[in-house]
Ligand binder design. Structure first.
Ligand code: FCB
Length: 442
């Protein structure tokens, strides 16, 4: 394993159920909010859906062999809630549950440590329709029960559990920008949903503590390096609020039971802060065992109240990825240092990092040099943070495979492995796969 990292470091790749599994209506699986959202005209680039995705559900042995050859010792994947509980609650779908049981067993037999994300976007449609999904008052209870079911079923073999992947997306992006399911634009609901997500995290944490005393629970937050678009006092103040709103909002309540003060004032001033019993905040304050941080880019912000979530981003100053994100590895070091200082000094995993590139398959080769440079510089950024004292325990490339990239459909490829959608989903190792493989073999 590479030098300059702790001995027990986890090196992995990450995926999410709806993005790779496919088999969306098979073996008793219930539809998710993405099953229906992806069918709405105009929502997803080129009208793509995750119905088939990479067909990982049927090809997991092949994907496992690819991972084994890659040499990773960890894999982060998510459970599809409607695959195990088609209605979101009630009877368990045994074939769906068996799939995850088998998958965890196979990973462990291959010395790959599973990192299980309980929620990565695919809420059972039944819960959306019956109780309003994440806006529903009781959603945290359902989530807690689902989490407990998974703890009971897989907890004898899985140690690392992640409650939610990027709650910011399911609240501000889904209900603020309206870009993700259910695609509404209602900021009041966005803040309510954010609150319910924090409650849900707390519920699942409490259930884990009760059921799996040796289990470790984490929360993954989206992280960007946020800076002011200019040196004006106004922009500097905006960057301060943006950091509180896009980061602290999902870190601090879990630690301290409080929303960040200035951002909360700002949100309250707009009449958007949900009303809740103050006691409830002490129930939300359940520190995790680790933080997951998904890092991709830097954002230079300016206030723009006409935007769905208040901020406009200045045009990138440096090279960008195929998704238009500025490549800024030093932001990862800087964020990790701040996270360690401000967010309770608990272990951190970089749970997603990678880039969309213009991958061209030519004579069986994908020469994705830009991705190699991206990964290299970001791994070095992690190493630098560790050298400066940050307790980073693992690094996961997003992603193992090209997959369904939400509203961007299959147009944006993030994988170390190319998926040939034209030719029966054949997997082709990109040059970045070999880069990571050789790096891990050092
Ligand atoms: C991550 C998301 C994941 C994927 C990548 C590009 O942060 O969690 O689902 O879309 O971004």
């Amino acid at each position: 394993m590479p030098k300059g990292f702790p001995k027990e470091f986890f090196w992995g790749t990450a995926t999410a159920a709806y993005q790779v599994e496919g088999a969306d209506a098979e073996d008793g699986k219930g539809p998710s909010i993405w099953t229906s959202f992806s069918r709405q005209p105009g929502r997803i680039a080129d009208g793509h859906t995750g119905d088939i995705a990479c067909d990982h559900y049927h090809r997991f042995e092949e994907d496992l062999a690819l991972m084994k050859e890659l040499g990773v010792n960890a894999y982060r994947f998510s459970i599809s809630w409607p695959r195990v509980l088609p209605e979101g609650r009630g009877p368990v779908n045994t074939p769906g549950m068996d799939f995850y049981q088998r998958w965890v067993d196979r990973l462990l037999e291959n010395q790959i440590t599973p990192f299980v994300t309980l929620y990565h976007g695919d809420l059972p449609l039944a819960l959306q329709e019956r109780i309003g999904g994440w806006a529903g008052e009781d959603i945290d209870r359902y989530f807690g029960d689902y989490a407990a079911l998974m703890f009971r079923t897989l907890g004898d073999r899985v140690t690392y559990w992640i409650t939610l992947n990027e709650p910011m997306r399911f609240s501000f992006i889904a209900y603020g920008k309206g870009e993700y399911t259910p695609g509404e634009q209602n900021l009041k609901t966005a803040f309510l949903v954010a609150h319910h997500l924090l409650r849900a995290h707390a519920q699942a944490t409490a259930r884990l503590r009760e059921l799996l005393p040796n289990g470790k629970v984490g929360l993954i937050n989206a992280a960007s390096w946020i800076e002011a678009a200019s040196e004006s006092g106004e922009d500097i103040q905006t960057a301060f609020i943006a950091n509180q709103l896009l980061h602290d909002w999902f870190f601090l309540p879990v630690l301290t039971g409080k929303y960040p003060e200035e951002a909360a004032q700002f949100v309250r001033g707009l009449g958007l802060l949900p009303v809740f019993d103050p006691q409830e905040m002490s129930r939300i304050a359940k520190a995790p065992d680790f933080w997951g941080i998904n890092y991709y880019t830097r954002r230079r912000v300016k206030m723009d109240m006409s935007r769905p979530i208040f901020f406009a981003y200045a045009p990138p100053e440096r090279e960008t990825t195929e998704s238009g994100l500025e490549i800024y590895p030093q932001g990862l070091t800087a964020f990790l240092k701040i996270a360690q200082k401000e967010y309770g000094s608990i272990p951190i995993f970089v749970t997603a990092n990678g880039m969309a590139d213009k991958d061209v398959l030519s004579n069986g080769v994908v020469a994705d040099e830009r991705r190699i440079a991206y990964l290299k510089s970001h791994i070095e950024a992690v190493q630098r943070a560790i050298a400066e004292g940050v307790d980073v325990r693992g690094y996961f490339v997003w992603s193992l495979l090209d997959g369904f990239e939400w509203t961007q459909g299959y147009d944006k490829r993030y994988g170390l492995i190319y998926v040939d959608y034209e030719k029966s989903l054949t997997r082709i190792k990109k040059d970045s796969y070999y880069y990571y493989k050789n790096y891990l073999a050092l």
